[in-house]
Write a protein that binds this ligand. Structure first.
Ligand SMILES: NC(=O)c1ccc[n+]([C@@H]2O[C@H](COP(=O)([O-])OP(=O)(O)OC[C@H]3O[C@@H](n4cnc5c(N)ncnc54)[C@H](O)[C@@H]3O)[C@@H](O)[C@H]2O)c1
Length: 299
């Protein structure tokens, strides 16, 4: 299959190019040049909000994996209109370009943020979608446009809702980086790991390489209209995460507690049976193994 990956210079896409290289021909589009080897030489520079450029770029593709996004909850709160421009308008422009170019299948990388504060855990795909953040709202809105392009134009589609994914390829300089990037960065530089509150809040962490494999399996599936959680199914408390980082880090690590974040989601973990049943996905990289790689740079 000829696959266009939007956000081709990003973290997830770098693993996607590796996943796709055996059986497929993948190219990317991004605002910036790629830094990862798997993506180098494969990414065109354009903005997903640019309708004309996107039409040209989509021509000849059989499928699109749409990962390009404004990815930060914090930034979405600071600049909601920018979030909507990228995540909603950018997705609609990409969908329209895909449709006009005759692309058959569209995989949208959404987020578990669409669920908001879970009413129950593990969160299955039928859990009510009630996002708390601007980011979650723009991702949910984009999901509806993906479905509507499917019903209006017969475009095949799938939605993947990753929970928290991580890898050593996440940008450590970003002020919006996730907890694993912050913990491993601090541990490697001899700074304490700062836990907000008592650390009993839980999250579902999945290595980005596993997310990429789930995306490939979804892409290759004959099923249309799938919505799949992307998670490990394992709830990990932030305190346990810090202890695991301490365990695998080759230098001494201190753990500190600071004031809790207001309005933080207490527990979040994915129910992952649907991804297993529908596309045969299961996690390959355990959290401990994934964390070790931050200190040995092997994954
Ligand atoms: N990291 C997580 O834990 C997580 C969890 C759930 C969902 N997601 C989603 O997964 C996807 C990939 O995340 P990632 O961690 O690889 O992010 P990333 O920031 O590494 O990659 C996103 C890429 O999109 C590009 N991009 C942004 N705006 C663009 C535009 N207007 N035109 C073209 N390219 C543009 C960026 O330059 C970047 O290279 C995103 O859609 C994100 O919302 C991430």
């Amino acid at each position: 299959m000829k696959v266009l990956v939007t956000g081709g210079s990003g973290q997830l896409s770098s693993y996607l190019f590796e996943e796709l290289e055996k059986e497929h021909e993948a190219r990317g589009v991004d605002l910036r040049e790629p830094v990862f080897d798997s993506a180098k030489g494969k990414v065109d520079i354009a903005d997903i909000r640019d309708a004309e450029a996107m039409l040209d770029i989509c021509k000849g593709a059989d499928a699109i994996v749409h990962t390009a996004a404004q990815v930060s909850v914090q930034r979405s709160t600071e600049d909601p209109a920018f979030d909507v421009e990228t995540n909603v308008l950018g997705t609609v422009r990409t969908l329209k370009a895909a449709r006009d170019a005759g692309v058959a299948k569209f995989i949208f990388i959404s987020s578990a943020a669409v669920y908001g504060d879970p009413h129950y855990v593990p969160v299955d795909e039928e859990h009510p979608a009630a996002p708390l953040s601007i980011y979650g709202s723009s991702k949910l809105s984009a999901e509806y446009f993906v479905r509507a392009f499917g019903s209006s134009f017969g475009m095949k589609w799938a939605i993947v809702r990753p929970f928290n994914f991580y890898s050593p390829r996440a940008d450590p300089k970003s002020p919006y980086s996730g907890v694993i990037t912050k913990f491993t960065q601090n541990a490697a530089s001899g700074l304490p790991l700062r836990i907000e509150g008592d650390g009993s809040q839980t999250r579902d962490f999945l290595h980005a390489a596993d997310v990429a494999r789930l995306v490939r399996l979804t892409l290759e599936s004959k099923r249309d209209g799938l919505t799949l959680n992307g998670g490990s199914g394992q709830a990990t408390s932030i305190l346990d995460l810090a202890k695991t980082v301490k365990k695998v880090c080759p230098r001494p690590v201190n753990i500190e507690h600071v004031a809790p974040r207001t309005a933080d989601i207490k527990h979040s973990v994915a129910k992952v049976e649907r991804a297993r049943e529908m596309v045969g996905f299961s996690t390959r990289i355990s959290l401990e193994e994934g964390l070790k790689a931050f200190f040995s740079r092997t994954v």
